[in-house]
Design a protein around this ligand. Structure first.
Ligand code: GLN
Length: 488
């Protein structure tokens, strides 16, 4: 039963749990079996928590038996990017410097999933401190794309995307600072949603760039993504940037279609350098939206060309400040033979951080230093405002924006590791949304001839996640790409 069971969507499994056709223990065991079978090839997991997951599944079955399930997804097993603090379970954020760190408390979103009764299968691989687009900056090992094991699943939430795509988990949580949920979703034929900044709590989420970071759901279908968002979108007094807004109802209008909606197509997001197959798939998808009754509107986001530089200045500045806390004393790794405090700091950080984290710390420290602050950091903040205003203007004309998620499909592992700039260029279509704090999602929209997934990005107004999901669902309904068997 296990292989077909793990092919179900979260909502399909939830229905079978509700009708008692399957138990949560059966579903969790099926996932664990699938992990044992494919993860030696995919390598999505840093840590599997078999005992914890089974215990939660038993508790879920008991609740079900007593007629009091804790939520619509009670008993559906999922995975977590290793950026989320999990009480009693090692959390490394893909870095050596946190090796051995066992958090004393749960991130708010982890607590919410536990309270909703979802068994947590373990911690998923990621780029070190979420810095990267390929999972190759993980201090441990790169994750492989289940659609082609020689390729990256994207990053930084690559482990989450690969595990969802390979049917190892039914859904997962990732984080998105500049595209880290959407780009891996696009590379793996899965759905990923970056909520509006402030929609989901960052409490207990290891900080990379605090003004951009946002946790969000990753799943195989739009409905699953909506159901998962429903559980984690809560105001949280423990996060001062958490928005005090009601949890959105993303499921009720999900099937309402796109008839009458105006969809903006940003000129600047169809640029030279885009893979021709990605462009072809995207253009065909746009025509489909028209056939379904939407109107396409040509829009301009004129400051798009500055987004990459702005993002890398601001995110690195914030990272240099956030990562100052890893001193070799408070968490994780401590250098062995250091003499004196300064040497202990220097050696622990020298040994603990990888090349990409060091590069960003140096870039950010430079941008924030006296004499350069005005020219770099402050200037970037001003450009950020211009980028946000571009979107505000566009949303006066249209209901949402549609574009490719990534200019290329999944690239080969090893292809870009020695060329950070070409890696950064992967993010051109995803970064502006974070700078503006907007919600964005990636939904599967086809495959290249070589069988690599292509993703369509939908961006919306602040707190308009329900509409984004509805647009994505209209598209998904015509295709059901998620039924396509993954070759791993
Ligand atoms: N790829 C981008 C970066 O390297 C985005 C990462 C992210 O969203 N966490 O910073």
């Amino acid at each position: 039963m296990s292989s077909t069971l793990t092919d179900l969507s979260m909502l399909e499994l939830a229905a079978k749990l509700a009708s008692r056709e399957v138990s949560s223990v059966e579903a969790t065991k099926a996932s664990l079996q699938r992990i044992a079978q494919v993860d030696p090839k995919v390598r999505a997991f840093l840590r599997v928590d078999e005992a914890g997951a089974l215990q939660a599944a038993e508790a879920s079955d008991a609740r079900r038996h007593a007629g009091s399930p804790a939520s619509a997804l009670d008993g559906v097993p999922v995975g977590l990017k290793d950026i989320f603090l999990t009480q009693g379970l090692q959390t490394t954020c893909g870095s050596r410097i946190l090796e051995g760190f066992v958090p004393p408390y749960d991130a708010t979103v982890v607590r919410l999933l536990k309270e909703a009764g979802l068994p947590l299968l373990g911690k998923l691989n990621m780029d070190e401190f979420a810095m990267g687009s390929s999972n190759e900056s993980s201090a441990y090992f790169p994750t492989h794309n289940p659609w082609d094991l020689t390729r990256t699943p994207g990053g930084s939430s690559g482990g989450s995307a690969a595990a969802v795509a390979a049917r190892e988990v039914f859904g997962a949580l990732g984080t998105d600072t500049g595209g880290s949920i959407r780009q891996p979703a696009a590379f793996t034929n899965t759905v990923g949603l970056k909520p509006t900044y402030g929609r989901v709590s960052r409490y207990g989420v290891i900080a990379f760039a605090s003004s951009l970071d946002q946790p969000g759901p990753m799943a195989r279908t739009v409905g699953d993504t909506a159901a998962l968002l429903q559980l984690i979108a809560r105001h949280d007094p423990l996060d001062s940037t958490s928005a005090d807004v009601a949890t959105p109802d993303c499921l009720t209008g999900l099937e309402d279609g796109v008839r009458g909606l105006k969809l903006g197509v940003p000129r600047e997001y169809f640029t030279a350098g885009m893979d021709p197959e990605v462009e072809g798939t995207l253009r065909a998808s746009l025509e489909e939206f028209e056939r379904m009754g939407a109107t396409l509107v040509d829009v301009s986001l004129p400051h798009t060309k500055y987004a990459l530089a702005t993002y890398y200045l601001l995110s690195s500045s914030e990272a240099s400040s956030n990562l100052a806390r890893y001193d070799g004393i408070r968490y994780g790794l401590r250098a062995k033979d250091a003499r004196g405090l300064k040497e202990l700091y220097a050696q622990s950080r020298g040994q603990g951080f990888g090349a990409e984290a060091k590069r960003r710390i140096m870039l950010g420290t430079y941008a924030l230093s006296a004499g350069y602050y005005d020219a770099y950091y402050l200037r970037a903040q001003k450009v950020r405002t211009l980028i946000r205003e571009d979107f505000t203007r566009a949303f006066q004309q249209v209901d949402a924006l549609v574009s490719p998620t990534s200019p290329v499909p999944a690239f080969k592992l090893g292809d870009k590791v020695d060329d950070p700039l070409s890696m950064y260029l992967m993010d051109v279509y995803t970064l502006p949304c974070n700078l503006a704090g907007l919600p964005g999602l990636s939904v599967p929209c086809g495959f290249t001839q070589a069988g690599l997934p292509v993703g369509l990005q939908i961006l919306g107004r602040p707190f308009d996640e329900a509409r984004l999901l509805r647009i994505a669902r209209a598209f998904e309904r015509e295709h059901d790409f998620f039924r396509r068997a993954v070759p791993v």
